[in-house]
Design a protein around this ligand. Structure first.
Ligand code: ATP
Length: 262
């Protein structure tokens, strides 16, 4: 039985770079099985929040807990061991490697072959590597890009490469998936397909995403957290957030979430 309570809890997180306070006392919960969107104007601190959860930046204060246990000093290379995976704002793929090779890069924490095992090419090690490749192909199939498995990433359209990046995060079978601007650069059709994929993940994976594409966010997320100048200014369902005057003020001069211009 999983422990009760949120899968991820962020409490009183403060991050600054030099004199610039980028996150100020940020607290939020990500419930199990939910899709939580983090929105806010440019520079609000959304990616920094992800970076703090993943250990790319060290908060000055505050705490994180994951699955009921403290997540102290998270380290980017050990994240998948905790059951956390993320995609980056850019693609972050190895453009000269194939799709399959890129996805396998997301399984490194489970590659138990070691140097000696690899040199000896032991049957156990070979079986293990074959199993990882099968799992990578299964994820590619689930994302309907299995036919591209042996193609070099650089040769693929942007929308397909975005799916490869998602496949690489999913292959570690994360409990929490952090998506940084997953819809950026996608066509309307690709964005709608992505929403369908994310909805399909919820049974096994909790999702937290940062996104500027407001229709996508409003239709997909169960809950939204709005950041402005590093502070949480609103949270609630998409409908609650859309109606919140503080959110409308924060977005002054930009498309109001869910508004006619969004
Ligand atoms: N490593 C860093 N060093 C110095 N300043 C940084 C660093 N990372 C982010 N910042 C600054 O922190 C602020 C918040 O940046 P962040 O990328 O978290 O915002 P964001 O809400 O994700 O913005 P966007 O929507 O434009 O991606 C910005 O002013 C940014 O310039």
């Amino acid at each position: 039985m999983p422990p009760d309570g949120p899968l991820l809890r962020v409490e009183g997180l403060c991050v600054s770079f030099g004199g610039l306070q980028v996150l100020n006392d940020v607290s939020l919960d990500v419930p199990r099985g939910g899709v939580v969107g983090v929105i806010g104007p440019n520079g609000a601190g959304k990616t920094t929040l992800f970076n703090a959860v993943c250990g790319f930046v060290r908060p000055e204060s505050g705490s994180l807990s994951f699955n009921g246990a403290p997540l102290r000093r998270p380290h980017p290379h050990r994240l998948t061991r905790h059951g956390i995976a993320r995609t980056l704002q850019g693609l972050g793929l190895f453009s000269r490697l194939t799709v399959l090779e890129n996805v396998l890069a997301g399984t490194t924490h489970r590659s138990r072959t070691g140097v000696v095992g690899a040199l000896l090419a032991s049957p156990w090690a070979q079986r293990h590597e074959r199993r990882l490749a099968e799992q990578a192909r299964e994820v590619l199939a689930a994302l309907e890009i299995e036919d591209e498995a042996d193609r070099v990433c650089a040769s693929l359209p942007y929308g397909t490469r975005k799916r490869v990046a998602l496949a690489r995060a999913l292959v570690s079978r994360p409990r929490l998936l952090l998506l940084d601007e997953p819809a950026a650069g996608l066509s309307e059709t690709e964005t709608a397909e992505l929403a369908g994929i994310v909805r399909g993940l919820r049974e096994n994976t909790t999702v937290m995403l940062v996104e500027h594409h407001m229709d996508f966010v409003m239709n997909l997320c169960d809950e939204l957290v709005v950041l402005d100048f590093g502070e949480v200014i609103a949270r609630g369902t998409p409908a609650q957030v859309r109606a919140d005057p503080a959110v409308q003020r924060a977005y002054l001069g930009e498309a109001v979430p869910g508004g006619a211009d969004a």
